[in-house]
Design a protein around this ligand. Structure first.
Ligand code: PGA
Length: 268
């Protein structure tokens, strides 16, 4: 795990955008794994700015989102499809036919849909760079605590904590889904790189459990300890419960020099 601590959330977004930009400009047919939630919004703003400045094109990019609610249509404003269109896809030159979310519409079988999503990722030659947020309960995607570390794309019941955390986004009389389709933890671990962004004090305990805690299904993000190329971008508040912060700063400076001299592990 490469843990990088920034002064504030804006710097986290700027750095995350650099990772994405590097992939997209270097690789012919890049495959991005995308996330929803409050945290990646500023990353998407950075990417839109880079596109508008002519620095970046998404023309040849394929994307796979982590998750999508069940029981609401794609055109519902609460759907993650709507979120992605609003925050990224509508503002850049990505081919919308190459943007995928793990949907399960009414009448469809979630088991079959999960398998089909896995197959679609395989056909695209896998995810190069997966963007992740982290829940206050340590979830990644909608892999809630106790999710199998070997899980694949499937239907999940959301925990009460996740429902409470996300209720801020729903009006009182609005239907809030309690089920979702989500990439599994094994699906996420298949990505060549994972880039997890966490900002704010409310994520500090989950970040500590992910980085320094035991590998445990009780903190699904701790599975990233098993990933060869996991980059963890934190602001000071999200990093506040980590011991050894000096070491992370020092190791990061060393890594920059090593990467400059020898390149990254995978050249995507
Ligand atoms: P947030 O959600 O960015 O809205 O805090 C993160 C997550 O639940 O993965």
């Amino acid at each position: 795990m490469q843990v990088i601590i920034f002064d504030d959330a804006q710097q986290v977004a700027v750095n995350a955008a650099e990772w994405v930009a590097e992939l997209i400009t270097k690789k012919k047919n890049p495959v991005l794994g995308l996330a929803t939630g409050s945290t990646p919004i500023s990353l998407y703003q950075q990417l839109v700015n880079k596109y508008k400045a002519g620095e970046l094109s998404f023309k040849n990019t394929t994307s796979f989102n982590l998750d999508e609610y069940l029981g609401i249509d794609a055109d519902n404003e609460q759907s993650y499809r709507h979120f992605m269109n609003q925050n990224l896809f509508n503002h850049v030159d990505i081919n919308i036919d190459n943007t995928f979310l793990p949907t399960c519409n009414q009448g469809e079988n979630p088991r079959e849909q999960g398998l089909a999503y896995e197959e679609k990722i395989k056909q695209a030659n896998g995810v190069d760079l997966q963007i992740l947020g982290i829940g206050a309960n340590g979830h990644i995607g909608f892999n809630e605590p106790t999710s199998s570390l070997a899980s694949r794309t499937r239907i999940k019941t959301l925990t009460q904590q996740t429902l409470n955390d996300n209720s801020r986004l729903f009006n009182k009389d609005e239907f809030q889904p309690t089920l979702a389709m989500t990439m599994g933890i094994a699906t996420i671990l298949d990505a060549r790189y994972v880039l997890l962004m966490a900002t704010g004090e409310s994520k500090a305990q989950a970040v500590k459990d992910m980085v320094a805690g035991p590998l445990s299904a009780m903190c699904p993000a701790s599975a990233l300890q098993m990933h060869e190329n996991a980059i963890i971008l934190l602001d000071k508040a999200a990093a506040s419960k980590l011991e050894d912060q000096e070491y992370y700063h020092w190791a990061n400076n060393q890594n920059i020099k090593v990467n400059e001299e020898f390149g990254l592990y995978h050249n995507y």
